[in-house]
Design a protein around this ligand. Sequence first.
Ligand SMILES: Cc1ncc(COP(=O)(O)O)c(C=O)c1O
Length: 440
Amino acid sequence: MRRAKIFNSLERLISKDARLNSNGDLMHQVEYVFANKEKFIEKIQRVKTPCILLDSNALKNSIKEFDENFTKYFQSYTPYYAVKSNDHPYILKTVVRSGFGLDTSSGKELKLAVKVGAKKILLTGPAKSDEELELALDNADRVIINIDSFRELERLGEITNRRKCYIKAGVRVFTKYHGKWNKFGINIDEVSNFWSRAKKYPFVDLVGIQCHMSWNENVMPYSNIIRKISDQLNGTFSEDDLQKIEFIDLGGGFYPYRTEGCYAWSTEAGEIIQLMNKNSSSEFPYKYKYRITESIPIKDFSKGIANCVKKYLSTLLNNKQFSVFFEPGRIISNNSMHFALSVRDVKDKHFGIADGGTNMIGYNKFSYTYCPIVNLTHPSTEEIEFTLYGSLCTPHDIWGYYCFAEKIEEGDVLIIPFQGAYTYSLSNDFIKEIPPVYIM
Ligand SMILES: Cc1ncc(COP(=O)(O)O)c(C=O)c1O
């Protein structure tokens, strides 16, 4: 009895987790697969599974939706797609052709950005090497460096003095709202000090302030940060220095709307339930299989952030040069790729092994994150319990615990839709090669 009470309280805690919406489902993703069934089958018949399908229409729709919403609400905004979220050249070329710049975080990414013809590039990231700074200077006509520390400013200053080469720059800051993201940049309280220090280096044209954090589910993190930047600028910057600010870069971090879920056991309360249930005969102690992670649609992000910019940064908006920069990653790349697998081995009614392994995504995402798996050979709008392992010789290789299927047989083709963000760019050849990417 007591045990049941504890279980119920823990379940209530899971439901209260603000990020998780108990009533949600991801049927829109399943319906997308069914609506495009012929296209998927036609492609997969001509190639072999496992493979990655790059969905150019879905990618273009994400770019268009982002751009339309930010153009609508901002007087001037400049998007820089975050290369790290998916660095496939087709994706980079598509975003560049749509007028986006690229946000790079290393010399490797900067070279890629130059190669695909990007006209606007940011070099962001900690601990840049001298070689990376030199490479940015080689492309100074199109690169802005977001400086990460006082020491980096000094090193950049020395290199630019030696080369007599001008470069535009911003300074990355963190605030009390940045949590673990305070590894990056300088404390916002030091920004005016940094601004004065930069005046020592005539070739470093410091014109912006940058910050970033990921996984933002609503406007609150942006509004907190905008307010903090505004307080700092109004309190410590001279009129002349304010006039010099050409951009505030608010980074990326837009968590796509209704895109994935979270298994009960991967919440804190869920972990306790799992521990309590360790020696019990009941196999699944949770009320819910998984919950869908909540966030707001992109139109609400853009409208809300634009309102904060108008309210708190109005002095900067008078500067004709001024633009708000963004570095969207996940929100652009998430829908751009789908994984196609086949069932290689059905070991019993409730578990089997696919022909591809999770080296395709580089980490054990699906052990705790729920995404729909859709059986194209025996489709159904109902989900059955089926643990799908990958083909790597390690137990940590799991694709999911449920499948939209009438039944599952050897050879069935499975689609895991909308897997473009932080998967392909993390994929590796642990045990198996990375499967090919085909454009559809
Ligand atoms: C500096 C910077 N900008 C942009 C991004 C993209 O973030 P997201 O994919 O959450 O939009 C990242 C991701 O970590 C980042 O580090």
